[in-house]
Design a protein around this ligand. Structure first.
Ligand code: PEP
Ligand code: MN
Length: 263
């Protein structure tokens, strides 16, 4: 279903008044985790002023350590919706349990399936039955073929509004949190008709090389970029090291716009 051979035309996904996979690119930005109303409002107001239409924020956080902040759960989804509605933004948040798809339909606009769950087949099947679009993250050690098969699991259940996002893979490199595989972008665009995005924050785990990485992604044909932004990254409850503060985000956004690669 997701193969370019089966459908030559690009899939274009409509989320509120935003088209993903069409002729224009999209920016998805927001905190790693939903933490408070004040945190969400500071980010939302900046996104609105910048013309960014999709806000991210994790409520169910798949943390490596069970002792780390696990997210605010349903309360986090409610907060995300309340603030997004206030500012006229669309939302994306990670769902980790097959039983939570209806909750997602109620509170968010796009279901994110995280890297650690790329091959959680029961979760993929449940997302395939959901009525809202899905952003599927590439697994930490997934080949592109495995990634495409995971997308097919969703599509075969009826939900063909699937977007793929490269978020870096695990290699021996230590200067970045993961290794951004730019070749994934043209290959996934060639093999599938789905929108392909790049998460520059989780790919690199850094704040200082996001502009060149975002430009590389867009130059390679990406339909959008995801980045983590927090009003006070030092106090963030997750991914403190990689989240941009607001001036850093504004600088990145200006650089992306100036590059001419983002229409
Ligand atoms: C995230 O985007 O919040 C996240 C946990 O990313 P990943 O699944 O790519 O690690
Ligand atoms: Mn994160």
């Amino acid at each position: 279903i997701v193969s370019r051979k089966n459908q030559p035309d690009n899939t274009v996904i409509k989320v509120q008044d935003c088209l993903i996979g069409g002729s224009a690119q999209v920016m998805i930005a927001g905190p790693c985790s939903v933490e408070s109303y004040e945190q969400l409002r500071s980010v939302a107001s900046v996104l609105k002023d910048a013309g960014v239409k999709i806000m991210r924020g994790g409520a169910f956080k798949p943390r490596t350590s069970p002792y780390d902040f696990q997210g605010l759960g349903v309360e986090g989804l409610r907060m995300l919706k309340e603030v997004a509605d206030e500012f006229g933004l669309a939302t994306i948040s990670e769902i980790v349990h097959p039983a939570h798809m209806e909750l997602a339909e109620q509170y968010i606009d796009i279901i994110q399936i995280g890297a650690r769950n790329m091959q959680n087949f029961e979760l993929l099947k449940a997302a395939g039955e959901a009525k809202i679009p899905v952003l599927l993250k590439r697994g930490i050690a997934a080949t592109l073929e495995e990634f495409v098969h995971a997308a097919e699991y969703i599509a075969v259940k009826g939900n063909t509004n699937v977007m793929l996002i490269e978020r870096g893979i695990r290699t021996y490199e230590k200067w970045t949190r993961n290794t951004l595989d730019i070749s994934a972008v043209p290959l996934l665009k060639q093999e599938t008709h789905l929108p392909v995005l790049v998460d520059v924050s989780h790919s690199t785990g850094r704040k200082d090389i996001l502009l060149p990485c975002a430009k590389a992604a867009l130059a390679a044909g990406a339909d959008g970029v995801m980045v983590e932004v927090h009003p006070d990254p030092q106090t963030a409850l997750s991914d403190a090291a990689q989240q941009l503060d607001i001036p850093q985000f504004q600088q990145l956004w200006e650089g992306i716009r100036k590059s001419g690669l983002f229409k």
